[in-house]
Write a new protein. Structure first.
Length: 492
């Protein structure tokens, strides 16, 4: 969504006042629990460009940031080596194969996954991994696809494959106000697995909308009831340990840039070997077959991960995955987790206590307001003293002026958004009809007319590997712009 909004002087003045603070004030506001000197030193060493360019980056769930040393190490590797197309036995080809094998081994290592139990399939991103499952999972009438309302669109999109093959699709509810899974209802759904069919259950380990962490215990429970489990870890693994020697989901999609920023265009599907036989790919390509005949329709698929990696793998970037994982290991994912949790706690405390002078709350948070079972992603809206929402496009425009990178909309997670905004089936049907041919602007206008709320989406801030106290302090100061200000309503 790109909307140009002209700001009048009121906003400019308020922005200047809100952001008029000294480093000493920021330092004085720093509660002890967010101090973490090794990580602060890392920020200065590896992510100096943030402060040099004055950027306040609060979109780690969108994409993490790369460390300077990751780029330097990778560039040196490329400058000093000669790498040819892999899967041949010439020296430059073997050099590439070796680097790709090393990267795959690093992924197994990082997630404590046993190579006898799992395969690591390199994909373009998490969505690429999810599409692989969608197109090859044996959906059928005598099977089903169960997924939580809280899911990214790339998981929702698998329902199109399920429906095409006649498999019923069921959404498991999440409950307000915390947007957590409704356990009793999910258990009922899980009990409905078809004994002779293929049943796939998909949920995110961490919501990219609300930051809620849904229990990993659902993996075993679903297995016990006869389900294959797709655990979307794209938003979870950047700040949490995923131990695949303890938890045994069948399919784990992820994107590497969300973990360590570089390279983009690479993800993985980590899949259980004993479930691979279920996946029937609708085509074959170079690299995915042992032998193909053109004289007959015969072809023989490659084995393991090779059957799922179409064409030439991204052999120049894949080695950077190993470099990125080593970088995270050097800092320690637990240190990153603890630091992000502490900063999130500060942010939630501040946001939940900000009020207008009439006592009305400034911030409405969607999801948990404590750090129990949640990550560093916070979705919210700003309210005026009468409880009217601010159009998120206004908030985003002002944030841009304050050099804050945040995100607005529904973050490709419409289920969490529809629940957060209390929308009903009737609302969605009526507004899609009223907005035809549907565009974002027409749909939002129809929803706003119908519900009386300014439903332009939520605002999301998210913390990650290089976040520090100064980032969250700057953001809290920024929120002061809106104290006692009336909402101008839906912007044109
Ligand atoms: C939970 C979740 N799943 C899947 C995806 C899709 O990731 P990508 O866009 O890298 O394919 C995202 C991206 O934000 C996500 O947050």
């Amino acid at each position: 969504m790109v909307t140009k909004i002209k700001l009048d002087m009121t906003y400019e003045d308020r922005l200047n006042t809100a952001l008029d603070y000294t480093p000493a004030e920021c330092a004085a506001a720093e509660p002890d629990y967010v101090r973490c000197y090794p990580v602060d030193a890392l920020r200065q060493r590896e992510y100096a460009r943030l402060d040099e360019t004055g950027q306040v980056y609060l979109d780690y769930t969108g994409g993490s940031l790369y460390a300077t040393s990751q780029i330097e190490t990778h560039m040196q590797q490329l400058i000093n080596g000669v790498y040819g197309n892999p899967h041949s036995i010439n020296p430059t080809s073997m050099a590439s194969t070796q680097r790709v094998d090393q990267a795959r081994a690093a992924v197994f290592d990082y997630f404590s996954a046993d190579p006898n139990e799992y395969v690591v399939i390199f994909t373009a991103n998490a969505s690429g991994a999810l599409k692989l499952i969608g197109e090859s999972y044996p959906f059928e009438k005598n099977g089903q696809y169960l997924l939580t309302f809280d899911n990214h669109n790339s998981v929702n999109g698998i329902r199109e494959y399920a429906t095409y093959h006649g498999a019923p699709v069921t959404y498991a509810p999440i409950t307000l106000p915390d947007l957590r899974i409704d356990s009793a209802t999910l258990i009922q759904h899980l009990k409905s697995a078809k004994p002779d069919g293929n049943n796939l259950f998909a949920y995110p380990a961490q919501s990219n909308f609300s930051g809620v962490q849904h229990s990993l215990e659902w993996i075993d429970i679903a297995h016990d009831h006869g389900w294959d489990v797709l655990l979307d870890c794209a938003a979870f693994v950047p700040t949490n340990r995923l131990n695949l020697s303890r938890w045994k989901p069948d399919f784990v999609p992820l994107s590497f840039y969300k973990l360590f920023g570089y390279p983009t265009g690479l993800g993985a599907l980590i899949a259980r070997r004993d479930k691979l036989h279920k996946l029937r790919r609708p085509w074959f390509a170079g690299g995915t077959v042992e032998i193909v005949s053109t004289l007959t329709p015969a072809f023989f698929r490659a084995h393991g991960e090779a059957a799922f990696e179409d064409g030439t793998v991204n052999y120049l970037d894949i080695p950077a995955v190993e470099i990125g994982l080593r970088h995270i290991e050097t800092i320690g994912i637990d240190a990153i987790h603890d630091r992000v949790t502490a900063l999130t706690r500060y942010l939630l405390d501040e946001m939940t206590h900000m009020t207008h002078h009439n006592g009305a709350p400034l911030v409405m948070i969607y999801g948990p307001t404590t750090t129990d079972d949640r990550g560093g992603t916070i979705a919210f809206n700003l309210l005026d003293p009468d409880g009217q929402m601010f159009d998120v496009r206004l908030v985003e425009t002002l944030a841009n002026q304050a050099r804050i990178s945040l995100r607005t909309g529904c973050f490709c997670n419409p289920g969490a958004g529809e629940n957060a905004f209390h929308l009903t089936v009737d609302d969605v049907q009526a507004c899609s009809a009223a907005a035809a041919p549907v565009t974002y602007e027409r749909y939002v206008a129809a929803l706003t007319r119908r519900t009386g709320m300014i439903v332009t989406g939520a605002i999301r801030v998210s913390l990650g590997i290089a976040s520090n106290f100064a980032d969250v302090y700057h953001f809290v100061r920024f929120l002061r712009v809106f104290v006692d200000l009336p909402s101008p309503g839906l912007l044109a």
